[in-house]
Design a protein around this ligand. Sequence first.
Ligand code: ATP
Ligand SMILES: O=c1ccn([C@@H]2O[C@H](COP(=O)(O)O)[C@@H](O)[C@H]2O)c(=O)[nH]1
Ligand code: MG
Length: 192
Amino acid sequence: MHNVVFVLGPPGSGKGTICAKIQENLNYVHLSAGDLLRAERQREGSEFGALIESHIRNGSIVPVEITCSLLENAMKASGDAKGFLVDGFPRNEDNLQGWNKQMNGKAFIQFVLFLSCPVPICIERCLNRGQGRTDDNEESLKKRVETYNQQTFPIIEHFKKSELAREVKSERPVDEVYADVVNVFNEANKQK
Ligand SMILES: Nc1ncnc2c1ncn2[C@@H]1O[C@H](COP(=O)(O)OP(=O)(O)OP(=O)(O)O)[C@@H](O)[C@H]1O
Ligand SMILES: O=c1ccn([C@@H]2O[C@H](COP(=O)(O)O)[C@@H](O)[C@H]2O)c(=O)[nH]1
Ligand SMILES: [Mg+2]
């Protein structure tokens, strides 16, 4: 059974940045659903490349069967670890249902890390990210934020109700955010 921490928050809230630091220091493996989709989009012979690119540009959500299989394959391919940081997934109700169906008995959700950050700050960060992403532009960002508000935030609310969510405010300097996140992980691993 894989231990899983879902990491959610608006685009640009710092999910990738914080997961990289957790992976470096706490023996969790970072799996960004967005990065896996971007890699699949680039893979020669992929039947999903064009579909994935269209969803990414439009800030809409790729069918869960594709994303969940990429995540499961990446978990299988990974070596031993304390757990997996599943960054940017599940993004809507359909994602969550698809995950529950496919990963039933294979993964244990330890908790859900919610990086909360005001949207204008998030947008500014994405526009200055400088990674050449096809969705880091005003038009795509407007749609990504809309999708986040309409589809992803309700999933975070769902996890809050089931007391799985741990919120950390991420509009602060990275080191401050990270220190609070480490406390969340230490607390969770103490309870096991
Ligand atoms: N706490 C912070 N303070 C200032 N800048 C930050 C902070 N955290 C991340 N950043 C910067 O903001 C940008 C977006 O961060 P990151 O890629 O980690 O966000 P993300 O939540 O993974 O975004 P996305 O959902 O679009 O993948 C990066 O350029 C990163 O260096
Ligand atoms: O579970 C997922 C994760 C991502 N997507 C699509 O990819 C982009 C970029 O995701 P980032 O987390 O910002 O890297 C996102 O806007 C979606 O279009 C997805 O469909 N499902
Ligand atoms: Mg990211």
